[in-house]
Design a protein around this ligand. Structure first.
Ligand code: NDP
Length: 419
């Protein structure tokens, strides 16, 4: 029995909330709060009569901690699930600490304004010290670890699919399949087709920032950075087929590198079609991915936000997307003195997700783990305190819930590896 405040009502939030409603023994009461309250009201109306979870709604601008504090004080939840944007992570964490409630999210903090001189100075120092230049990293949220511990609270960071499930797959591989893991290749394949020449599967601003940035991977505890999209491989994905994939920087590499220091190399690959890459390069070349405001006809416009307004809403891709995703991790290492390689993965069908919840598979594969992480924290099954990633807990209950709530996984003990 729990009372949870969900912040955000976009593509991922809608799946997470519907999945909470399927698990109403744990989620007895939910408050859906977002910047645009009408979206929360529409979702509440859609769920009427379909669940015993009691739903209320609220308007909140989570950019300011004091707004979130006021709402938490009014609603008195046991935990806050942040499925808004990474920009709001720190404000919501501050509010949770102030009010003494658990915090859960799906993506690590990054600033909205990357030209802010205060943030930029810390960022540039980090780039130099750590060796990767992504705008997001865990340092901001790991800095809350002691305060959450002292307050007896859990901040569960990054419980989406990647990060989230991929980190749980790693803990599961270590617990059941390896004495030592030597390499991890995280593969994210979206074999879905939405029929548009160009669209992103989740928030366009966050998505385009991520994929247009330099790639990086970890080897022997050090970061190696490469120009964007400069390492390409082909992989034959079970149930999807052959796809080109590119090495990207991704946030779970940082957490896995810290928490599994024996791993010699950790890489992340994502599949992209040629049309997506051509559009992205062109948009970048003309300045449409910039986060720096420009003045247009007397009005200040942030180019990437303007682009977001032009692109299809990711939450609207559900009815038109066909095909499957295959996301997982290839592990190599040693068990009982013998070399071993396994691929743990999930295959998710876009149309099956749409039939069940009205969403495409990217929102689905993120929203289901957001519900699972929240359920494990509020029910006390995951009861460590501090600011922690999903690989730091017992993977078994999470893996069981993936099977139960629509993301069944497979362990292939003889997979192809990535060169
Ligand atoms: P959307 O853009 O679809 O939804 C974002 C929601 O947050 C909207 O409802 C928006 O409100 C709301 N919001 C934005 N700013 C504020 C604010 N200041 N205060 C309150 N609410 C706000 O994003 P997605 O659902 O696609 O993504 C949600 C999160 O999931 C992101 O953090 C993303 O990075 C993460 N993600 C994680 C993945 C993983 O595997 N770990 C994969 C995919 C996404 P409004 O309607 O007014 O715009």
């Amino acid at each position: 029995m729990s009372r949870v405040l969900v912040i955000g009502c976009g593509g991922v939030a809608q799946v997470a909330i519907k999945k909470c409603c399927q698990n109403s023994a744990v989620f007895t009461e939910l408050c859906i709060a977002s910047r645009t309250k009408s979206k929360c009201d529409a979702l509440k109306a859609e769920m009427e009569g379909k669940t015993s979870t009691v739903i209320t709604t609220a308007e909140v601008d989570a950019d300011k901690a004091e707004n979130v504090v006021a709402l938490i004080k009014e609603y008195k939840p046991d935990a806050v699930l942040n499925v808004a944007l990474p920009y709001q992570d720190l404000a919501i964490m501050d509010a949770c600490l102030e009010c003494g409630v658990h915090y859960i999210d799906t993506a690590n903090y990054e600033p909205e304004d990357t030209d802010d001189p205060k943030w930029r100075a810390i960022y540039e120092k980090r780039c130099e010290e750590k060796g990767f230049s992504a705008y997001f990293d865990y340092s901001w949220q790991w800095a809350y670890d002691e305060r959450f511990k002292e307050a007896g609270l859990t901040a569960l960071l990054g419980t989406g699919f990647d990060p989230g499930v991929t980190s749980v797959f790693t803990a599961y591989a270590k617990k059941h399949y390896f004495d030592e893991i030597h390499t991890i290749d995280i593969l994210d394949c979206n074999g879905g087709d939405h029929g548009y020449p160009f669209a992103t599967n989740f928030n366009p601003e966050i998505n385009l920032r991520e994929v247009s940035a330099p790639g990086s991977y970890m080897e022997d505890g050090r970061w190696i950075e490469i120009p964007a999209m400069s390492i390409k491989r082909e992989y034959d994905f079970p149930e999807v087929g052959k796809k080109d994939m590119y090495l990207l920087h991704h946030e779970e590499i940082e957490a896995l590198g810290r928490n599994f220091p024996e791993v010699k190399r950790i890489r992340f690959f994502m599949t992209f079609g040629q049309s997506y890459l051509t559009h992205m390069t062109c948009l970048e070349n003309v300045g449409m991915l910039s986060t720096t405001p420009i003045n247009f006809n007397g009005q200040e416009i942030v180019p990437i936000q303007f682009l977001k307004a032009l692109l299809p809403d990711p939450a609207s891709l559900g009815p038109r997307t066909v095909g499957k995703t295959n996301i997982g991790c290839i592990f190599t290492g040693i068990k009982d003195g013998k070399e071993r390689t396994i691929y743990i993965y999930n295959v998710c069908d876009h149309q099956a997700c749409y039939r069940e919840l009205g969403s495409q598979a990217i929102s689905y594969t993120t929203g289901v783990p957001a519900m699972i992480g929240t359920a494990l924290v509020v029910s006390g099954v995951w009861d460590k305190r501090g600011a922690l990633t999903t690989d730091e807990f017992d993977p078994d209950p999470y893996m069981a819930m993936l099977n139960e709530y629509g993301l069944p996984w497979v362990v292939d003990e003889a997979p192809a590896t990535v060169e």
